[in-house]
Design a protein around this ligand. Structure first.
Ligand code: NAD
Length: 370
């Protein structure tokens, strides 16, 4: 099959969101819904690579309630997690791998999709290894560390004839889809301005997110990317240039990655968007000014609901599992051999913008074309 890659709230609130979405699933209704869903034999098997916070608290529960995919395997560097996950999700030891023997997954018929949930610098390596093993791949955001890495990842999946997508869960969230539709159909007239900020105060100074060799960068890579996505899906336009500047109040903690970045994106026709992303403050917002009204989402990026207003219409939070919707859509793309809305090309486009932002920062905010 040929690849068709045509195409928070703070991290703390993410964790709160975990609780809320688990509650929305409900511990007792969780078991019921697992039993009531399609048998595993009819679903595609997913192997999660990297069993950290996002895989444990979001993706594994999302797979447990999916009608089209199930958790068939795991790839972990921590032997103690093998037994815990095996017991919890009924995973047979023959579908458990570590980072060294991962390539043996090539002969594992139970695994159709490999989902990479590792630190950012490891995405490229595991996407390429998964593609070589003939598995369809989902990788978490940011897709890679640079646009050049994303191009390598897309080429590897194209060459292997497997599909590649990026974990852009919000592109399946109903209120986000309303914003996207308003940008296409313009019921409130043309867009005049977009503003979006996403920040949280980062804790543990030893974590991989603060080590450039593992993260590739600071809040731009982690959460700024949501603002880039939002400006693109809200307008349906691609930025032609960026201007970005960086501020640090704690050069010791942020000695390897940026602390706070403010940037502007310039779109065809002169539309401008403004953004801040930071590991030293709190924000989770998207604001769009149309000629005849405005839209405001806050929170704009949380797991447990996106809410706000679009013109006079209130957008109440939807109790949907964004990750299940995202994975189910990918399964449908595989089954229909149709392009994913959040294919590698979507991740590549964001990384072209990120590359331009880092260039602009190095030039003290000079305009850099995307
Ligand atoms: P985490 O630190 O909780 O988990 C990382 C996992 O990678 C751990 O299991 C860890 O053991 C493993 N790992 C392997 N090699 C490692 C190394 N050298 N250093 C550190 N850890 C190593 O991180 P997370 O929050 O689960 O994030 C993982 C990925 O998921 C990141 O790319 C992140 O951007 C992405 N993510 C996406 C969303 C989303 O909403 N789409 C949300 C959170 C995280």
């Amino acid at each position: 099959m040929k690849n068709n890659n045509k195409k928070q709230t703070s991290r703390r609130n993410f964790v709160k969101g975990v609780g809320a979405s688990m509650m929305s699933i409900g511990v007792s209704s969780f078991a019921t819904s697992v039993m009531a869903t399609t048998p595993n034999s009819k679903k595609l098997g997913v192997a999660l690579v990297g069993l950290g916070n996002y895989a444990t608290n979001q993706l594994a529960p999302a797979l447990a309630v999916s009608n089209s995919a199930y958790l068939a395997g795991i790839v972990t560097g921590t032997p103690a997690k093998e037994i815990v996950w095996s017991n919890k999700y009924g995973i047979d030891p023959s579908h458990i791998y570590n980072y060294q023997n991962f390539d043996k997954i090539i002969s594992d018929k139970a695994i159709d999709i490999v989902y990479i949930v590792l630190p950012n610098s490891m995405h490229k390596e595991f996407v390429i290894r998964a593609a070589k093993a003939g598995k369809h791949v989902i990788t978490e955001k940011p897709m890679g560390l640079t646009a050049a890495e994303c191009e390598e990842m897309i080429a590897a999946c194209d060459n292997a004839g497997v599909k590649l997508s990026v974990g852009y869960r919000l592109q399946f969230e109903p209120n986000t889809l309303e914003i996207e539709k308003a940008g296409k159909e313009l019921p409130l007239g043309p867009i005049k301005h977009v503003r979006s900020d996403f920040s949280f105060t980062i804790g543990n100074p030893k974590q991989w997110r603060l080590k450039k060799e593992l993260s590739g960068g600071g809040p731009i890579m982690d959460i700024g990317i949501y603002c880039i996505q939002a400006a693109r899906y809200a307008t349906g336009l691609e930025p032609i240039a960026v201007r970005a500047v960086e501020y640090k109040t704690d050069p010791v903690k942020f000695n390897s990655v940026e602390e706070t970045v403010m940037w502007q994106m310039e779109f065809p026709g002169g539309l401008i968007s403004n953004h801040t992303t930071s590991y030293a403050m709190s924000a989770n917002e998207l604001y769009i000014s149309y000629e005849k009204g405005k839209a405001r989402l806050e929170p704009a990026y949380s797991y447990n609901g996106v809410a706000g207003n679009l013109g006079k219409r209130q957008l109440l939070p939807h109790k949907v599992n964004q990750q299940t919707l995202q994975i189910d859509d990918f399964v449908e793309c595989i089954r229909q051999n149709s392009p994913s809305k959040v294919s590698g090309l979507e991740g590549l486009q964001d990384m072209k913008i990120v590359d331009a932002m880092y260039k602009s920062i190095a030039l003290d905010g000079k305009r850099v074309e995307v």
